[in-house]
Design a binder for this molecule. Structure first.
Ligand code: ANZ
Length: 949
């Protein structure tokens, strides 16, 4: 504040200004902290509290927790946090025990990269970022139960992440019971002979390593040699999303190779069906459910064997969703990585090989080798892109169509992916668009097996219709619809032993290891034979060791035959250990990969419930109380989870998977983590770019005649993301300083419906500031600071305005429609502003109405109005229905000038509507006595004059 007061400050020293807001807000934030205002009691344990509060209905409201980035928050980040806060506050005021808190998802790559660049330990930078973010969040007045906050990097937290890993590792999926069970029960089945041991020997005859291998095929967490994106130039494996379309690393532009590396996986595919089925009962946006369904990608179809026609026993097994079309399979395609290729390729091109099939190569072997090389450099997405020319080469081998008996050529083509189905297809150009394109390019025959509509020509027909061209001596599909034909053909193939109906999923197991430092260490050690052993629970947490260097070791970028060296492997003292795992001290080597970023966020909702429990992940009482199944929520779960739509699959699918495992093993009572999900929109901001396309600081751009200038140069303007790199970030701190947190909260909630993206406009913030200033003036004299309300009863019109607002705002709050709630509060406030005197009861209700949205000013006014308690736990106003019905006016209905009826109607009734009501009135009908009507004269809303025929 400046030292000499301005004229306005002298005239109105008690006006609601930024300085006053700052004072009010700081005071109430301190009060809430000291008072523990937002602490939600558990039914028992360390966080047990007031039994009366515990007995209320519970509400568990949650945000997707933030990564504490060094850049801190911009105004886009808190949109969801404010919304959940308003929602939580509303529910506290309507008789709920509300749990709302916020933790930090603090492992991750940015801190590690910063560490590599600066030598600062990731823990140091991460903790500093958390401190900064907490301060930013505190200024917003969010009503969090701070006792329940944590960061995923705390050993007390990741102890339990590791513990869950062990639960997953030590269990298997029982297909019959359709649930996870302890691995010890599987061992028992093998031992007792109730389950057949693979191979020829009994369980007791297998070595420890052999047993470990057998169990590894069943464990829900298992190590396998999966082909992954290995980038020697960066020294790490990469996610598919980190690889460019031309097969290079997005960062650094190094070559990326598909390399088989031993990695940990989680068998999420075992849960594919349940992950699908349980979606139905969740209250999630349909778009997100659809994304999960597509990601899981359940397809019903068949596996069919095609014999290779070289006299060998070889066969190509395909997965098809259209077994009804087999009669139209005129060629086959194998993925370039398919194992069978090498064994079926002949030395020479067979007779009948067309020029276009050979790729210009002298022999099939050369053609296939050259083609594979070319395919290796493409990503799966690229290979599958629609409308791209289909490529491939002939393998020189033929297969037999099992229903037509015809020899059909086998191709290698990259539009077939190794990771889906069997990595091989029967191609039916008549019914499949991709196959049609390929067949046209390679001059292959096309046979339609479904009758297309008349005039259909020049493309595949993928719709429904009767089967045609589909009969042999044993089976006749002709005339059948697609579904019947499918059923018939599957039965036939099954009988012949060359096929069966199957379900195929797009979902893959979850690759769970990363070659990074800043993540949870695996609680796994290897013995001398390389057998993996779980650490006992007593050895958790296994803490991250100190290392000198966080950098991954890099290699010659072109040398595919290298493998990663993880940062953790550099600490030999940590890696090479003597442990007693129950059979005496032995030497072991620790797993040196770390868990992926997603691990910590897979179960954090559970830890909020019982954050300091060091005996259990969460106590059964607390879990059942906050998460347990309820009426209307068969699976239980968080009552409201708010976050960005970008987390449709990975995080939300992984978290669901872990919940199901923990549920199966009896650790929790809800098999779903999040009952209701809501995606908030994004706050966008204008990005201004100069002639070179570089972003310029948005705050320094000037507008003149509809054009934009930066340092005198014209710049372009587009709506985009908000962020430091685009030089358009606005921080909540700036807005809090200029107007106060309550104004910021109102502005963010008023910008539009919560799920819609909206452009930030700093100039518009002042509108909400004025609302709060008017509210303040309605209660407090700006010159004296005295409360000005009177102890008079409000008049009828005021009561109507009040109760209408209360009714509307309540409904809006319960349904996350905060923008319209603010409009209604504003309307009421404007009404009150026009009153000569403000009745105390009206002022109080107004303050309570706005309390969830603008909690600091509400507390302050509540106190000024003479209350000694906090508004946080006061009852939200309840509308009196008596004041909600519209007022009516009396309408007189005359026939030939004589009054025959009086009607009570809304003052706003239309002429048409009034005419209808009048003519339908029983007294009028009786008076007309069946006579027709010649003319009706309507003067809405008061008079209707009827002239009978
Ligand atoms: C013959 C056929 C005829 C097919 C027809 C479709 C239509 P969804 O629904 O996604 O599961 N396919 C199978 N494995 C493949 C792979 N590894 N790479 C690329 N394509 C593959 O798709 C299943 C269909 O996609 C399968 O059914 C197969 O083509 C193809 F009129 O078989 B179909």
């Amino acid at each position: 504040m400046s030292e000499t007061p301005t004229a306005a400050e002298v005239a109105a020293p008690h006006r609601y200004t930024a300085a006053l807001a700052a004072d009010i807000e700081a005071r109430w934030q301190d009060f809430w902290d000291a008072d523990g205002t937002y602490e939600a009691p558990n039914p028992g344990g360390e966080l047990a509290g007031d039994a009366e509060v515990v007995a209320r209905p519970k509400k568990f409201v949650m945000d997707m927790f933030p990564y504490p980035s060094g850049a801190g928050l911009h105004v886009g980040h808190p949109l969801g946090y404010i919304a959940t806060d308003v929602y939580a506050r509303y529910h506290r005021m309507t008789g709920h025990n509300v749990l709302h808190t916020l933790g930090f998802d603090a492992f991750g790559l940015p801190a590690e990269q910063y560490a590599v660049q600066t030598g600062t330990h990731p823990r140091v930078s991460t903790e500093a970022n958390i401190v900064n973010m907490k301060a930013q969040l505190r200024r917003l007045g969010l009503g969090h139960d701070k006792r329940r906050s944590f960061a995923t990097i705390e050993p007390e937290y990741y102890k339990w992440t590791q513990w869950i890993f062990l639960q997953v590792f030590n269990s298997w999926y029982d297909e019959e019971a359709k649930k996870a069970r302890p691995i010890s029960e599987l061992v028992e089945q093998f031992e007792s002979g109730r389950r057949e041991v693979p191979g020829t020997r009994a369980w007791s005859e297998l070595s420890a390593a052999e047993r470990a291998d057998v169990l590894g095929d069943h464990r829900l967490a298992y190590a396998s040699d999966a082909p992954v994106n290995w980038c020697p130039g960066l020294g790490t494996v990469l996610a598919n999303e980190e690889v460019t379309a031309d097969g290079r690393s997005e960062r650094g532009n190094y070559p990326v190779f598909k390399s088989k590396l031993r990695q940990w996986n989680m068998r999420i595919t075992a849960y594919a069906d349940r992950l699908l089925e349980d979606l139905d009962a969740l209250d999630w946006p349909e778009a997100i459910k659809l994304q999960q369904r597509n990601w899981i990608g359940r397809s019903e179809g068949a596996r069919v064997d095609f014999a290779v026609s070289d006299g060998s026993e070889a066969k190509v097994t395909v997965f098809t969703t259209r077994p009804d079309t087999i009669f139209g399979a005129t060629y086959m395609v194998l993925a370039p990585e398919h194992d069978l290729i090498d064994s079926i390729v002949p030395a020479e091109w067979p007779e009948g090989t067309k020029e276009v099939w050979t790729g210009g190569a002298g022999t099939p072997g050369e053609a296939v080798a050259a083609y594979r090389k070319q395919a290796q450099a493409k990503t799966d997405v690229e290979r599958q892109t629609e409308g791209k020319d289909k490529t491939g080469v002939f393998t020189g081998a033929y297969a037999l169509n099992p229903l037509t008996g015809e020899k059909i050529p086998v191709f290698v083509g990259d539009y077939v992916l190794m990771g889906y189905g069997t990595g091989a297809i029967m191609a039916v150009p008549g019914q499949d668009e991709r196959d049609w394109e390929f067949a046209t390019a390679f001059e292959l025959p096309i046979v339609r097996t479904v009758q297309p509509p008349e005039g259909w020509e020049g493309e595949a027909f993928t719709g429904q219709g009767p089967a045609i061209n589909s009969a042999n001596d044993e089976i006749d599909l002709n005339g059948m619809g697609v579904d019947e034909a499918k059923r018939t053909v599957i039965a036939h193939l099954t009988e012949r032993g060359i096929g069966e109906g199957t379900v195929n999923f797009r979902l893959r197991d979850w690759l769970f290891s990363r070659q990074r430092y800043w993540g949870e260490p695996f609680p796994i050690v290897y013995d001398e034979d390389g057998v993996a052993h779980a650490l006992p629970e007593s050895m958790l947490p296994l803490e991250l060791p100190e290392v000198d260097d966080y950098t991954p070791r890099t290699f010659d970028p072109d040398d595919a035959d290298t493998s990663p060296e993880t940062p953790l492997s550099r600490n030999e003292d940590w890696v090479d250990v003597e442990l007693d795992l129950g059979d005496g001290p032995k030497r072991y080597r620790r797993e040196t990969n770390t868990m992926p970023n997603w691990a910590g966020s897979c179960w954090y909702e559970l830890r909020y419930l019982d954050p300091r429990n060091d005996e259990q992940l969460v106590s059964a009482d607390a879990e059942r109380y906050w998460m347990g199944p309820r009426e209307g929520k068969p699976h239980g779960g968080v009552d409201l989870y708010v976050g960005g739509a970008e987390h449709a699959v990975l995080h939300l699918l992984y978290a669901r998977f872990w919940s199901k495992v923990l549920f199966d093993l009896g650790h929790i009572s809800s098999c779903e983590p999040f009952h209701k999900l809501y995606n908030q929109g994004m706050i966008q901001a204008y990005v201004y770019r100069d002639a070179r396309g570089m972003a310029v600081p948005a705050a320094e751009v000037e507008e003149r005649d509809g054009a934009y200038y930066y340092e005198g140069q014209k710049v372009s303007r587009l709506l985009g993301k908000m962020g430091k790199s685009l030089k358009n970030a606005v921080t909540p701190d700036e807005i809090c300083s200029e107007y106060g947190a309550d104004t910021l909260r109102l502005y963010e909630m008023a910008m539009g419906p919560l799920d819609v993206s909206r452009p930030w406009d700093t100039r518009a913030v002042v509108g909400q500031y004025r609302l709060l200033q008017r509210l303040w003036r309605n209660v407090v004299d700006e010159a004296t600071g005295e409360v000005t309300v009177v102890d008079a009863e409000p008049d009828e019109a005021t009561l109507r305005a009040l109760h209408k607002a209360v009714d509307g705002v309540s409904q809006d709050m319960a349904n996350l429609r905060f923008n319209t709630a603010i409009a209604k509060v504003t309307e009421l406030n404007n009404f009150v502003t026009k009153l000569r005197e403000v009745p105390r009861s009206v002022a109080e209700q107004l303050v309570l109405l706005i309390a969830p949205l603008a909690p600091h000013i509400a507390e302050e006014l509540w106190r000024k109005l003479g209350h000694t308690d906090s508004v946080v736990h006061r009852d939200f106003p309840v509308a009196d229905p008596a004041y909600l019905v519209d007022e009516t006016v009396t309408c007189v209905v005359q026939i030939k000038g004589k009054v025959k009826a009086r009607l009570e109607v809304a003052p706003s009734i239309s002429e048409d509507e009034l005419e209808k009501v009048a003519l339908g009135d029983p007294a009028v009908v009786a008076a007309l006595g069946g006579a027709g009507v010649r003319k009706v004269i309507v003067r809405a809303p008061k008079l209707v004059n009827i002239v009978p025929a």
